[in-house]
Design a protein around this ligand. Sequence first.
Ligand SMILES: Cc1cc2nc3c(=O)[nH]c(=O)nc-3n(C[C@H](O)[C@H](O)[C@H](O)COP(=O)(O)OP(=O)(O)OC[C@H]3O[C@@H](n4cnc5c(N)ncnc54)[C@H](O)[C@@H]3O)c2cc1C
Length: 395
Amino acid sequence: MDLSYGSEYGVFRQQVRDFIEANRDQAPAAGARGPAGLAWQKLLIDNGYHSRTVPKAYGGYGAAPDILASRIIAEEFSAAQLSTGLGGQGISMLTPMLLEMGSEAQKLQFIQPTILGEMVWCQGYSEPGAGSDLASLTTKAELDGDEWVINGQKIWTSTAQSADWIFCLVRTEPQAPKHQGISFLLFRMDTPGIEVRPLVDMTGDANFNEVFFTDVRVPKHQIVGERGQGWQVANAILGHERGSLAPPDAAENRLKGIIKLMETETLDGQRIMDNPIFRDRLMKLQGASLAMRFNDMRLLSARINPGQDARLAGLIVKLQGTELRHEIEGFAIDVMGEIGLAYEDNPYLRGNGSWQYQYMYYLGLIIGGGTSQIQKNIIGERGLDLPREPKVTAN
Ligand SMILES: Cc1cc2nc3c(=O)[nH]c(=O)nc-3n(C[C@H](O)[C@H](O)[C@H](O)COP(=O)(O)OP(=O)(O)OC[C@H]3O[C@@H](n4cnc5c(N)ncnc54)[C@H](O)[C@@H]3O)c2cc1C
């Protein structure tokens, strides 16, 4: 069996390598936003290495979907340890949803500045009484002339402190059954009446926030879909979020980092790499990581083949990918022995403490975007045809 990508893709791979070679000096650190990050983002889009299939009319590269080309780009950037550009909720979640469900005016207004990294978004879904049971949300929006007037509170809103805009679920039809009474609004974060209060998580950073709305006025047309259709829009987005939370190439890169650690760290004078128990654990993680890579190809293929359902593969990325990343980072901490427990400004830190940071961060991602328990419920019901979970009735 020939598992190579074929000669046509050999030419494409060489083009990607040439681009990397010619431009690697300009690449910023992964996720960096400043002027260098934005210039890199534009260069990637102009050359088809980011927003590759977003139509040119909306600022993308406009290529036809091609799984192997996407894989080659991911592989080459990963091998070169170069930033693949910006991510975040606007790019990985809102943009694909707008392409599917947004109006033409919304596509023209929002997609280009979002993919260029000039317009940063946050996602206002969860509330103190609505997380896994998101449809119980109570933040309300009432129509007053040509404006929605929003009152209520969101919580765990990632990047709200630095976002320019929010995509937000609000209750607009209080009399309707709970899933049918929700609408999906887009508005600026500097609209009067919005207060953001950062929440510090266990990493020591404020990665998410509480967001309070008091009589926030939003133009009526800033709704995606119709009134009461917010649940369908939110579900379309969640599919993209779940598929994007733990990309397999990042996991593979972390494993490469662990191999270096295992070659340098020692236990009782012996290299960790020569310890059979640690080698066994490494192999298990490599196997799981390879399985995630094949699931990623399934996800890409399902997204471009009409009739195939990409949602299940996305749920598996969310469930297995986030848990795998947490396990990988935890394994590195074990490899480092007692140094693994160091954090913050300890002089013996390896990799600037990124292993410890990511270990805690990925614990959060196992919860964010729908907890592992919820993913298992959905995979069981929709993927394996198991009976639906019994509904809890209110007393
Ligand atoms: C790092 C991080 C970033 C986040 N970013 C955002 C964001 O940007 N925007 C946003 O809107 N939200 C965000 N969230 C919120 C996230 O979506 C919610 O935390 C998540 O949906 C769970 O809701 P909850 O915290 O209310 O927990 P709950 O729903 O109260 O769940 C508590 C526990 O009960 C379990 N549970 C609940 N229902 C069931 C069930 N039916 N079957 C089995 N077990 C169940 C859960 O798995 C969990 O273990 C973020 C969360 C984290 C941790």
